[in-house]
Design a protein around this ligand. Structure first.
Ligand SMILES: *[C@@H]1O[C@H](CO)[C@@H](O)[C@H](O)[C@H]1NC(C)=O
Ligand SMILES: *[C@@H]1O[C@H](CO)[C@@H](O)[C@H](O)[C@H]1NC(C)=O
Ligand SMILES: *[C@@H]1O[C@H](CO)[C@@H](O)[C@H](O)[C@H]1NC(C)=O
Ligand SMILES: *[C@@H]1O[C@H](CO)[C@@H](O)[C@H](O)[C@H]1NC(C)=O
Ligand SMILES: *[C@@H]1O[C@H](CO)[C@@H](O)[C@H](O)[C@H]1NC(C)=O
Ligand SMILES: *[C@@H]1O[C@H](CO)[C@@H](O)[C@H](O)[C@H]1NC(C)=O
Length: 474
């Protein structure tokens, strides 16, 4: 056997493996359509032949998705909410001391996360996308590194239409330290009512308020995580200035279809600044100002609450139990001014949980849902408000106890998208139930499974290219 024959055999062999691997990474949701599709209350096809066709494993789902366009057609802005939830991507940075292999890993990881998002977005045509906080791996980075990670975030992980991100890229290109003193003056120079506008209504595109329906491009929602702005004991004006400039408001709400039976709202709440003791106590004040504004709205409709830190629940219901950690002598050695301040928290405290759930979900008996990040493992609970005691309590059951108040609220802690947690993306579907006159919310998690398959696909594809170029040249 000549070298050329051997290479040619290897090329055929690797070619077949490469095809199979590529088929997997681009169509993996079709292997698990139940978890990787929007929830549908009724079967799509009455026709028995079509129903049988789309029931064929893998191929059936591909036909249904790309030929029958199951997710493009069903969408009606008034009857379906389709939100993709991305849990804690936590992208790392490189430092001069970062080893070569770790740099390669960081580089590949960006594209791996971006690949998962692209596949899911192309398949599912979401109306909304929310990243559940902890976009980056550390709050202890300078502005320059924060810009560089934002650039990766917007080019490799979650690309968005150019006109949506123009203002952000201008800041990134200038690459100057932000004027956080100017931001303080701007906020503190006026009353809180003037400084903060939380209100959005029927928003389908951030940059064009004339757009009054879903356009096919999802509305992208950013949420603060402790690794982006810090816990309340760490967070500084510098953190908040750059977050605001690049990712927008940390507290806001969007009301949809107000005054109709289809009314619902999305509330984004910065749970990091609900409690103290805080380094900048005014941040906690601002968050509570937002809550008071929400309370005053007395919104009639369902609420989807998006936030980073999960609400209080007893030990054992999720991997992370309740825990608050405060700076002590030891942990504040290098920064003594932090002594006694809130250093980290797993949940929102019991009292604050009661208060916030009452404000956000207490004014109506419509169902609601909370999506959070933070606990990378993921978790599912239902909050019921006991009619007698008035106490909200979490339980891991899926059924609602009707002896309790009507407004049972689901809480999903979205499993992290990171490779070590199987590359999951969360699918939250809101379906309008015409008979009951209310929104129903369903959640599932779609896993990529093994991240090494993605790496193997890229490696095999590159080797295959080399073999083919050798065969062409030789
Ligand atoms: C979905 O829409 C496409 C394009 O508009 C159309 O060709 C197809 O027949 C539709 N499928 C269903 C199930 O309505
Ligand atoms: C919004 O778009 C959907 C799907 O394209 C369509 O069915 C619906 O009628 C539109 N709503 C309005 C108010 O235009
Ligand atoms: C960010 O990227 C710019 C341009 O590539 C580079 O000059 C700068 O050193 C980077 N910042 C950090 C902290 O690595
Ligand atoms: C904003 O959206 C409206 C309605 O879709 C459209 O007519 C208009 O051209 C858009 N404006 C810009 C600046 O894109
Ligand atoms: C979220 O961040 C992206 C990227 O910076 C931006 O395009 C988008 O408009 C932001 N969302 C809000 C509500 O500011
Ligand atoms: C499907 O989604 C549910 C809800 O998040 C989750 O509990 C379950 O583990 C997922 N199944 C698979 C196979 O990923």
């Amino acid at each position: 056997m000549t070298v050329k024959q051997a290479v040619s055999k290897a090329a055929v062999f690797l070619g077949i493996i490469g095809l199979a691997l590529n088929a997997y990474i681009y169509t993996y949701p079709s292997l698990n359509p139940e978890n990787c599709s929007w929830y549908r209350p009724t079967p799509e096809f009455q026709d028995p032949i079509k129903a049988q066709l789309i029931a064929i494993p893998w191929v059936g789902d591909l036909i249904n998705t790309y030929y029958y366009k199951q997710f493009e057609n069903y969408s009606n802005g008034f009857e379906e909410i389709k939100l993709l939830a991305v849990g804690d991507p936590q992208i790392n940075g490189n430092w001069p001391t970062t080893p070569y292999m770790k740099r390669l890993d960081n580089y590949g990881n960006d594209y791996y996360l971006g690949h998962i998002y692209q596949v899911m977005k192309n398949r599912l045509h979401p109306t909304h996308v929310s990243v559940m906080g902890d976009l980056f791996s550390s709050q202890w980075i300078g502005d320059s590194e924060f810009y560089n990670r934002t650039r990766r975030y917007l080019t490799r992980l979650y690309p968005q239409p150019e006109d949506h991100t123009k203002a952000v890229f201008e800041v990134l290109d200038k690459h100057q330290d932000l004027d956080w003193q100017g931001y303080i003056d701007q906020i503190k120079g006026v009353s809180m009512d003037e400084a903060f506008d939380y209100h959005f209504e029927d928003t389908y595109e951030w940059t064009n308020s004339s757009v009054k329906n879903f356009t096919g491009e999802p509305l992208f929602i950013n949420i603060t995580g402790n690794h982006d702005v810090g816990y309340s004991g760490d967070a500084t004006w510098q953190h908040m200035t750059r977050y605001h400039r690049l990712f927008g408001k940390d507290n806001f709400y969007i009301e949809y279809n107000k005054g109709t039976e289809y009314a619902y709202r999305i509330v984004v709440l910065n749970t990091l600044f609900l409690e103290g003791p805080a380094l900048q106590p005014e941040f906690v004040e601002y968050t509570h100002h937002f809550l008071q504004k929400l309370k005053a709205r007395e919104f009639e409709g369902s609420t989807i609450l998006l936030t980073h830190i999960p609400f209080y629940k007893k030990e054992g219901l999720c991997v992370d139990g309740p825990k608050h950690d405060f700076y002590n002598e030891e942990t504040s050695k290098r920064e003594p001014y932090k002594l006694g301040k809130l250093r980290s928290q797993n949940h929102i405290s019991y009292e604050m949980t009661q208060e916030v759930l009452d404000i956000i979900f207490g004014s109506t008996d419509k169902p609601g849902i909370i999506l959070t990040g933070h606990d990378h493992e993921g978790c599912y609970n239902v909050y019921d408000k006991d009619l007698q005691s008035g106490v909200w309590e979490a339980s891991p059951v899926k059924t609602h106890d009707s002896s309790k108040a009507n407004n049972y609220i689901q809480e999903v802690t979205v499993r992290a998208v990171m490779g070590d947690y199987d590359g999951n993306i969360g699918l939250m579907t809101g379906n309008f139930d015409k008979e009951a006159g209310q929104w129903d919310f369903h959640y599932s998690a779609c896993p990529f499974i093994v991240q090494h398959v993605w790496w193997a696909t890229k490696a095999v594809s590159i080797i295959e290219l080399f073999l083919i170029s050798f065969l062409v040249v030789a």
